[in-house]
Design a protein around this ligand. Structure first.
Ligand SMILES: C[S@@+](CC[C@H](N)C(=O)[O-])C[C@H]1O[C@@H](n2cnc3c(N)ncnc32)[C@H](O)[C@@H]1O
Length: 208
């Protein structure tokens, strides 16, 4: 790729290897060239929603990337925070920020074993989105959570509808409680016109 990656490249990924290749190329420029330049505010929305739902540490950040959610949680005095992600290069940027206790490379579409589990909460921003992870991965996260743990998972609204997230959440039945959903903007007005009003659904619930 002769230019830096952007959100359209991310939405069009179709395999874990393609995800790894894209984020290998994007890691160094992600925070400034994407996060700041596009007014990417979803990580802060997820962190605020976690606190509002009564979430506390230790908490697992799923698809932690360069650590924007971990930074926001630290700012809100929530910790310790562990993170997992498919991309070693994105995790290296997160590690340098010093706001995570542990960072591990994991594919959340597979069964996950983590030494820090079970967690008091699980958060995720920007990972359940077009070209990335579908609802099937949710079942791999539930075993990582303590009873009563708070989840705040962002799902791109277009992806929510096309990938069947509503059925996945209702399929958990009595295994989760206090299910709530609220839509927020992913970006602020700095974003390119094509994505300025893209929305994410913040799905909040507790493990029973
Ligand atoms: C848009 S970035 C979001 C990163 C960070 N949460 C944020 O909001 O800035 C999506 C992240 O999901 C990760 N990802 C995609 N598929 C994954 C998978 N199957 N398992 C774990 N992480 C995955 C990517 O490597 C990438 O870091």
């Amino acid at each position: 790729m002769g230019r830096l990656p952007d959100v359209d490249d991310a939405y069009n990924l179709s395999s874990p290897d393609a995800v790894k290749d894209l984020y290998r190329a994007w890691a160094q420029s992600y925070d400034t060239g994407f996060g700041e330049a596009q007014g990417y505010q979803l990580p802060f929305e997820v962190a605020k929603a976690y606190v509002a739902a009564g979430g506390a540490g230790p908490v697992l950040d799923v698809g932690a990337g360069t650590g924007l959610v971990g930074g926001a949680l630290q700012h809100l005095n929530v910790g310790p925070v562990d993170g997992i992600d498919l991309s070693e290069e994105m995790l290296a940027i997160a590690a340098a920020k010093g706001c995570y206790r542990d960072l591990d490379a994991r594919d959340i579409t597979q069964t996950i074993d983590l030494p820090g589990a079970p967690y008091q909460g699980i958060v995720s921003a920007g990972t359940f989105t077009l070209g990335h992870v579908g609802p099937d991965a949710l079942q791999n996260l539930i075993p990582l959570a303590e009873r009563g743990a708070v989840f705040v998972i962002s799902v791109n609204v277009a992806h929510f509808d096309s990938a069947g997230f509503a059925a996945a959440f209702s399929g958990f039945g009595g295994a989760i409680s206090d299910l709530q959903m609220r839509d927020v903007r992913i970006y602020d007005d700095r974003a390119d016109a094509a994505h300025r009003n893209d929305m994410a659904r913040l799905v909040t619930f507790r493990c029973v």
